[in-house]
Every structure is written in structure tokens, then in C-alpha cells.
Design a protein. Sequence first.
Length: 218
Amino acid sequence: MRQETVENYLKNIYHLSADNKAIVGNFQLAEKLNIRPASVTEGLRKLHELKYVIYEKSYGTRLTTAGAKLALTIVRRHRIWETYLAKELGFGWDEVHEIAEELEHIKNDKLIGKLSKILGNPIYDPHGDPIPDEKGKFKKTNFISLAEAKPKAAYTITGVSDHSTTFLKYLERHRLLIGEQLRVENVEEFDQSLVITCNKREVLVSPKVAQNIIVEAV
């Protein structure tokens, strides 16, 4: 198995496991990697042999300590590259993810360290995702999804969990950007849509959109 493939598996297992707190099923991983479930099964067996995952066909997959460590290294590389591309090279937040998917496989810790230093050792990437430090540790936060927000309360947008171009363009159109403050005016009883006020404008936010916007109480 190529190293790039190993890294892609481990990073996606990490994300699907809610930061290594849950078991990941084969079909979940196959859908995320966009490959056949049978191919995923074979890949997981190889990763099990490499001691990066614990895989049981009827149970699912979780990362070992070694697997989690490598996954966090890839996450760190990816998010630092995203930050560098946005802050230093002027790429939009809807452009950096795809480019960083390629750059994250450059295995050079000294390079990543220098990039981080140039950027002022950031703790969040352009999407508001936390960047682990060299030891794989994250800064503790009280972030929640907008879907969990309480009516009549004020929040600051701190990030997004969907990095797709279509979603980020949607947020730009409605000026729901990181750093903006909003107030939840009402939650529709019928489908849990949220009526919010942001930039002195009222916006109706669907449950799907709300689930993918990360906020912190003001």
C-alpha cells in the first residue's frame, strides 16, 4: 500500500470517528474515499497488519495509538497548508482544501514547522478547524453547531464542517462568514429551520446548513 493511500485512509478514519471517539464502519469509509467497500476491506486488513488500525469485520475500525498519531500529523499538515495558501498566497477559502489534499503528503516536518512559524503558529485554519500542535494537541473550545444554538441567544461564527465549494459560496452569498456575529431569533417547530439575524439581515437557515456552521456563544 502506497504511503499516500495509507495517509488518506487514516485521516478519513480519524474524521469519521469524531476525533477517534467512535467506531467507523466499512460503508462509511468507502463512501468517504469514493471506492468500493471490498477495496476498503482489503485496505483495512493491510492497515491492521501495519498496526495502524484495529479492524474486525463485524465490529468496525478504530485507530491504534500509532495510527492516530500519524492521522493527526496529516491533519496538521493539511490545515497549515490551507492557512498558508489563504493568508500568504491569496487563495479563497473555497479553493484551499483541494490543493492542501495534495500538499499534505509532503513528508517534511521541518517545512511544516517553518510554515507554521511564518504564519504565527495559528491554531485555526481558514475554515475555523483547529490545528493540532506538534504533539497532536488541540486548544480546548466551547464550539457547537448552529443547529444546537438556543433561541434569543447571540453567537460568533467560528468555523464550518462542510468544506465544499458550493457550501462556502452559499455562506459568502449570505455573508455568513467566520468572525461574524449572529442572533437566533426563532427555531421553526415544523423542520427546525432557524431564523437568524446577521449583518442586520434576517436569514432563514435550513437544518442542514445549521449543522455545518460552527459557532461560539458571545
